[in-house]
Write a protein that binds this ligand. Structure first.
Ligand code: NAD
Length: 381
């Protein structure tokens, strides 16, 4: 098949869905690889680098779309991008069908077979295609870098001739993929790290990374914060009150707060309230990775950095993976080529869209003029 990556048109988006290195893997599967000129430029992959990898570079999006069978992208397509695709073409990108029902209907009507990278089931076999996790990992790491860049002090403690410096205290709220990456980055910079999650089963993981799990004085913590299928469920009012009481106690002590708490299908829970921000020291930094879903912090403004009257910086950027475009493209490109490897079982360049395969079925959201989302629950773990 002929597989081609479009240049992302979303303002500021640096990522690209195929890199010169992932192109090499796709070629080994028997595919021909194409890109739109400039598609990798903002992530450091020049047209010349693609050409050296045997990739065919097209001057425009229209030329690329005319030349390929499979279109690879990062961001969900725009209406115009979908309208420019032709019947029978396959699209592989993030899509978020639950939030983009009109786009989903447009793909169906157009006869575009859409594979949503965000719909890859989170089962062990599919981890290599789990783009939500690879991007969350980068977001967690980058949140710490962003916090450090906006913090006027060291993260690590030091004893020097010029004086003794205590380590920065970092609190990570939510220890899923992004939270664990933030814990790893903050501990490796030498900070003293604390972390909280409603799923107590992550306590061991947090502690094994050298951070301290924040326990609540709440007898039902295990049942109450219990997860459903590995994910968090909304907390009871009593549990939430205990959690906020604990955070209020910690707020004056923490230099950096990184919030990542999410519950699937719901707005982000408000966990870092305005009075907690007010209680923090000047110079402290909050990075709210839940900004896109409304934010965990009362004061978060999505896509902005604000400084409060008491000198606390609140960062609500929603483009952390794109801020590390080269790394994010490399990992996303790998997720996409693993998806294409599963779609090319004989490694002969022929796509086999096996709808009995849980992973392919789960990610396929339109097929042959049908909406195939949501999928039935996976049968294999
Ligand atoms: P997520 O982005 O949905 O949520 C982030 C974290 O916020 C979660 O750990 C959640 O428990 C926590 N949270 C929710 N409400 C909270 C609150 N009120 N206070 C504090 N924390 C709160 O989660 P994610 O990163 O997508 O991962 C969630 C789960 O899925 C984890 O168990 C992870 O191991 C699992 N997972 C499995 C696979 C796989 O098997 N392939 C891949 C990725 C993730």
């Amino acid at each position: 098949m002929r597989i081609g990556a479009l240049k992302e048109i979303f303002e500021g988006e640096a990522r690209v869905a195929v890199t010169p290195s992932s192109a090499g893997h796709l070629q080994k599967l028997g595919h021909e690889v194409h890109v739109e000129s400039g598609a990798g430029a903002r992530s450091g992959f020049s047209d010349a680098a693609y050409e050296r990898a045997g990739v065919i570079v097209h001057p425009t999006a229209a030329a690329l779309l005319a030349a390929v069978d499979v279109v690879a992208k990062v961001r969900p397509p725009t209406e115009d991008e979908l309208a420019a695709m032709r019947e029978g073409q396959t699209l592989i990108s993030f899509f978020y069908p639950g939030q983009n029902s009109e786009l989903l209907e447009q793909a169906r009507a157009r006869g575009v077979d859409a594979i949503a990278m965000d719909m890859v089931p989170r089962i062990s076999r599919a981890q290599k295609m789990d783009a939500l996790s690879s991007m969350a990992n980068i977001a967690g790491y980058r949140a710490v870098i962003e916090a450090a860049n906006n913090f006027g002090r060291f993260f690590t403690g030091q004893v020097t001739a010029a004086g003794k410096v205590p380590p920065a205290k970092v609190l990570v709220v939510g220890a899923g993929v992004a939270g664990l990456a933030a814990i790893g980055a903050a501990t490796s910079l030498g900070a003293q790290v604390y972390a909280f999650d409603v799923r107590p089963e992550v306590a061991e993981q947090i502690e094994s990374m050298g951070a301290e799990f924040v326990y609540l004085d709440f007898t039902d913590q295990v049942q109450d914060g219990a997860a459903t299928g590995g994910y968090a469920a909304p907390s009871s009012p009593e549990f939430l009150a205990k959690q906020l009481e604990k955070f209020r106690e910690l707020a004056p002590e923490m230099d950096i707060v990184i919030t990542t708490a999410l519950i699937p299908g719901r707005p982000a829970p408000k966990l870092w309230t305005a009075d907690m921000v007010e209680a923090m020291k000047p110079g402290s930094v909050i990075v709210d990775l839940a900004a896109e879903r409304g934010g965990n912090c009362d004061l978060t403004v999505p896509d902005e950095k604000i400084v409060t009257e008491n000198g606390v910086t609140v960062i609500g950027y929603t483009d952390f993976p794109s801020r590390m475009g080269a790394q994010a493209s490399e990992l996303y490109g790998n997720n996409v080529r693993h998806m294409l490897a599963d779609l090319t079982p004989a490694k002969d360049g022929a796509l086999v869209h096996d709808m009995d395969d849980d992973v392919i079925r789960g990610a396929t959201i339109t097929r042959d003029h049908d909406i195939t989302w949501p999928p039935p629950p996976p049968t294999v773990q």
